[in-house]
Design a protein around this ligand. Sequence first.
Ligand SMILES: [Zn+2]
Length: 208
Amino acid sequence: MSNLVKMKHRKADLIGLNSNVYFQKQPNLLDKRAALVLNADYRPLSYLPLSVWPWQDAIKAKFLDRVSVIAEYDDTVHSPSISIKIPSVVVLRDYIRPSRSSAFTRFNLFLRDEFSCQYCGKKGEMTFDHVMPKCRGGKTTWENVVAACSSCNLRKGSRDLKSSGMKVLKKPTKPSVEVLMNKGRKFPPNYLHESWMDFLYWDAELES
Ligand SMILES: [Zn+2]
């Protein structure tokens, strides 16, 4: 079985939800002949979304000498004077230092909770819930907001944990950038070129 096929099986196991709901942001990567972009340490710049450039950007960066090309598609683009193979993996010449703090965004919060309800564990379409409701002084912070399915959200209403009799499966905390990055690895996009596999999901390959 090819790595790509293996990965697709693996992906279905890992996600356990309708990935189309969340991952339509990178459609047609194949059509775009996207290049996987690695930091100077050969790790992807980001996992979710996976750091990719359209081929035009990859070729431009190559000519500006900002990247080295380490794998190519079979396809070639032509200009009047030259023809060049489309890069499938590029690595930045200069290391980009990753941000130290996780941005408090809706998406990152869902990612921290792995798109699963923090009350019942169900996966799928999520809403947000303030553990201590806003109307009781609860803040909108990493420590007080969790992903919740709509039925748990409705059931809890504007009550606090104690009076609702509900429990959070895991105490919500601010995740480190590294934790988010690792969680992002569990949600690969729909298209992965085989040349990307050497730089992605090593652990998934080992386990399969
Ligand atoms: Zn629930």
